[in-house]
Write a protein that binds this ligand. Sequence first.
Ligand SMILES: [Zn+2]
Length: 381
Amino acid sequence: MTEWGAVFAVFWILWAVDGARLTPRRIFTAIAGGRRAVRARVAYDRISLPGFGPASVRLVAQDVPLALSPAGVTNRRVGAAGRPAERCDLEWAWRWEEVREVGVARGWIFINGARFCPNTGHVRADELLVLAQLPPAAREARLRLIVQRWFRPGHVRRRLALLRGRTRAVAALNTGLLGALVALTIYVVADVPGRIPDVWGQRVIAVLPGLALALLAGHVAALALAVRALRKLKAVAGENRGSALFSAALLPAQALRLRSLLGEGWFPAQHPAAMLAAVGGKAVREEVYFQVLADLRWPLSAPGQALTRDVAEWFGREIEGQMQRLLRAEGLPAEQLLAPPAPDGRGSCGYCPRCRDQFVRAEGTCPQGVALRPLRRAGER
Ligand SMILES: [Zn+2]
């Protein structure tokens, strides 16, 4: 039975690493459970892990890697949700008249041959070229539509419900298979045959071939259902579900999260605040709204070129408008989110409005260079 123990160990290792991804930058990963009411588990990391259960769905979101305005485009991040905020090594800004050539290579968008920003799916390279060629008024209208497109929590929720509905049978089969495999593993690893009467052991051995066939049939059926669902679930973002399904067919350990696999590319690129507005719990939502608003009001970037500042300002106003819409839907005023924290000690006199750290002084700046504000104590006005 020890050889079987090794087989199961390899199987479960493959299962554990299946779907784990190392991304070049930190991203938001939200794992939504199988049921409607359950709130997603959220992580912000370079390692994106799938959910444990076959019914879970993974949603990912990245900060918008560029800022756009009717005047031009820059790779400065404005209204970032991630902390620490990702920054670009080299700040670029182009007027639309200067944009001649836009391309995508190795996960990056290049403008005029310069590596501009990560290709996160928020704007396509060909869209940037079209924007460059549009007359200014039409460009402004198009830009507003693009920003609106990143803030559609209702759309994300609808797509999540659709994905769950169309993969119900796949998820149920996967859950059954996972349960059977866990039971088999326990049977082998805990050396159940050595602990039960021989008669029982003989009976188990008699049903093993049937069980193996049932597992195989379950595997094939789940894959067939997944292939059928794949045709109905048209992707809107980059994915390689076809080859992932093929690899899952050969390695059953990778075929136990088929719902999550089918969800790749199914969700449109969103602003993290909108994605978490769709699936995050209250605390997660409030945190991400705060971070975006704080980044809009107290950005860390150096002043930079005049064009960069202009573009960032226009773009910041658009993002702020969308954030206000999210906050109104929650009935949560921005002032409430940005209100000063309660002093955390007798010596606390000032706080940083961006990172919320408290200081024994009320003047000067925090280590990140944000001007401190005085803390009001109870009883003071
Ligand atoms: Zn600070």
